[in-house]
Design a binder for this molecule. Structure first.
Ligand SMILES: Nc1ncnc2c1ncn2[C@@H]1O[C@H](COP(=O)(O)OP(=O)(O)OP(=O)(O)O)[C@@H](O)[C@H]1O
Length: 602
């Protein structure tokens, strides 16, 4: 099922059964010609590799027959030329496929990156990050193994046996059959594995995807996970994903190993030598074969069945590449955010929700029939119990996801009609979850407005109450920061993102209020910084602590995805409804230890 525009985070596995597009071939299209050229070179290299063996046999034949020495030297020359051609052709084949592979990787990564740029941002908030990491790294790695190695291996092992077979049949067809006698037995061993290995491989791929997602989730929540040790849910999920991956890997390895061991034993030159030497001696004693004619079977024949294993291993690589290609197609087929048919740019910045309904999955609505007006320049706070849909409501304004029903307007223009760059440029988003990019503090702030001068960056930092903290660092604004960890505290990091938003100077600010930074000093600084940011802008705050939004122009109470109350702090308290109950709950004696102390600190 390919997900509807931005609404779900599906893996798209439902429609895997394969339109022609979803093949390895489609992905390989840009390098197909070079791949075929490389395979032909590998084939020729492998055929050339037979020449030295044939030369040894023929030299032996000539010498035993006491023929002219110049014929012997011709065979010596042919043998040396064959060995040199084998090496040269294989080197060129490797160069061709490795250059093609580098181009393919660049092409696929660029294609994925281009696609990521048009995907709904919300896709990355679910399984998307793990899916994307698997496509960008693991799948491309699997394609690399196929393009750079498996294709050459396969073309190589096909070339030598075919040429050797022709040579051996021409020498003695009965001994050729004897030489190949191990193949049916090895095929039986491999066929049984062939039936179960694809299932094991699919299990392994699924387990790897789960592990990717769990690892990203774990790294994202490392601070919480560390605080709660093994009790953390994220840690358990990672541990379960690791266990499942190890179990799948062990099952796959055991199954593949059993089949490989028995067939490799049967196909090994030692087993074939035993059979060829034994039966061949019998043939000579019976007078069916002259002794010199046994030489090709001892020299060339014993190595003939072994490449069969390379073919099996190569086809496994191809199977892996096919699964990787399917997954790459899943990601590339994720629907892009629809572009506006008739783009329009708003000139005013009030926000209106008109009968908006939305669910991450079709059968579980998260927001139902939401009507809401956030007047321009005013502060609208959205409150409600956990899971009531507050964050989701905020995400719909910058089109992390598109609504299922109804519309959202900015200045009277449907957000779906506003070009994505204009829309995102009009909204400064300050998330609870502060992620800084790996760069200096200065560049992290400058992201708000590329091209801003250093003075403008510092003014924004002053307004966000973080300038003094930055200048107190040994490297000041040039301090490197990254991800979610580093020299800055959570509240300080959030003030960096507020400085970024101030610099962006967007008319709308979307704020998912932080709950994590509870030390009074940081909290007061964050609130002051937010006060600066809100000035003169349309502010939508997703709030968890009611005392922070008492002065909002409008408070909207959500419950189970519906707006159940709206008004000012005083009018909602007077109404003695849901907001009143929440306020009382947050200010009851058990809560007072935290809330009142904060109010006093203010
Ligand atoms: N990316 C997602 N994919 C699927 N379901 C999601 C996603 N994000 C949130 N949900 C679900 O949507 C519902 C509303 O979540 P949302 O985060 O909007 O609530 P909230 O009121 O902000 O909660 P909280 O106060 O706990 O942050 C929840 O049931 C949540 O599990």
């Amino acid at each position: 099922m390919a997900s509807r525009a931005g609404g779900t985070v599906s893996t798209g596995r439902g429609d895997r059964t394969g339109s022609a597009r979803r093949t390895v071939g489609e992905l390989l299209a840009p390098i197909r010609a070079r791949l075929i050229f490389g395979a032909v070179l590998a084939f020729l290299s492998s055929v050339s590799g037979l020449l030295p063996f044939v030369a040894v046999v023929e030299i032996g034949r000539e010498l035993l027959a006491g023929n002219r020495h110049d014929v012997v030297w011709t065979w010596v020359g042919a043998g040396v030329a064959g060995a040199a051609a084998k090496m040269l052709l294989m080197v060129v084949a490797n160069l061709v496929t490795h250059y093609a592979d580098a181009d393919l990787q660049r092409h696929l990564r660029a294609r994925l990156a281009r696609h990521a740029a048009v995907l709904p941002l919300g896709w990355f908030t679910g399984r998307g990050s793990g899916e994307f990491k698997k496509a960008m790294e693991d799948d491309i790695e699997d394609m690399h193994h196929m393009v750079a190695h498996a294709v050459l291996d396969l073309a190589g092992v096909v070339g030598l046996p075919v040429a050797a077979l022709i040579y051996l049949v021409a020498t003695d067809w009965r001994m050729t059959l004897v030489t190949l006698a191990v193949l049916p037995a090895a095929s039986v061993a491999l066929a049984s594995a062939h039936r179960t290995l694809p299932t094991r491989m699919a299990e392994l791929t699924g387990a790897q995807l789960d592990l990717n997602n769990a690892t990203i989730e774990y790294v994202d929540g490392i601070q919480v996970v560390k605080a709660y040790g093994n009790e953390g849910r994220t840690h358990r999920r990672l541990a379960d994903a690791v266990d499942r991956f190890c179990d799948s890997l062990a099952a796959w390895t055991a199954e593949a190993g059993r089949a490989m061991f028995s067939s490799m034993l049967l196909l090994s030159p030692a087993s074939v030598l035993l059979i060829v030497a034994g039966v061949g001696t019998g043939f000579i004693v019976a007078g069916w074969l002259d002794p010199v004619s046994l030489l090709p079977f001892l020299l060339v024949g014993v190595g003939l069945p072994a490449p069969f294993m390379t073919i099996v291993q190569g086809t496994q690589q191809l199977r892996k590449a096919r699964l990787a290609a399917e997954h790459l197609h899943d990601v590339l087929d994720e629907p892009a955010l629809p572009l506006p048919a008739a783009p329009a740019v708003p000139t005013a910045y009030g926000i209106t929700f008109d009968r908006v309904s939305f669910g991450y999955t079709p059968d579980e609505p998260v927001l139902r029939d939401v009507d809401l007006r956030c007047p321009q320049g005013a502060v609208t706070a959205v409150v409600g119990p956990s899971g009531s849909g507050k964050t989701t409501l905020g995400r719909l304004i910058p089109r992390f996801f598109d609504v299922d029903a109804g519309s959202i307007f900015i200045g009277g223009v449907d957000v779906r009609s506003i070009p994505q760059e204009t829309l995102l440029g009009s909204i400064a988003i300050v998330f609870q979850d502060v992620v800084l990019v790996r760069d200096t503090i200065r560049e992290n702030i400058r992201l708000g407005r590329p091209g801003a001068t250093d003075a403008e960056v510092e003014n924004a930092a002053r307004a966000a109450r973080i300038h003094e903290t930055i200048t107190a660092l040994p490297r000041g604004y040039d301090t490197m920061v990254s991800g979610r960890a580093g020299v800055l505290s959570g509240g300080q990091r959030q003030r960096i993102t507020i400085a970024r938003a101030i610099l962006q100077d967007a008319p709308i600010v979307l704020l998912d209020e932080a709950t994590a930074y509870v030390d009074p000093e940081n909290e007061r600084a964050v609130q002051q910084a937010l006060g600066q940011l809100a000035r003169g802008r349309t502010l939508v705050v997703v709030a968890h602590r009611l005392y922070t939004i008492r002065n909002a122009d409008q408070i909207v109470v959500l419950d189970a995805g519906r707006v159940v109350e709206r008004g000012t702090h005083d009018s909602l308290l007077a109404a003695r409804g849901r907001y009143h109950a929440m306020w009382e709950a947050q200010n009851d004696p058990q809560h007072a230890g935290i809330s009142r102390r904060k109010d006093e600190a203010r």
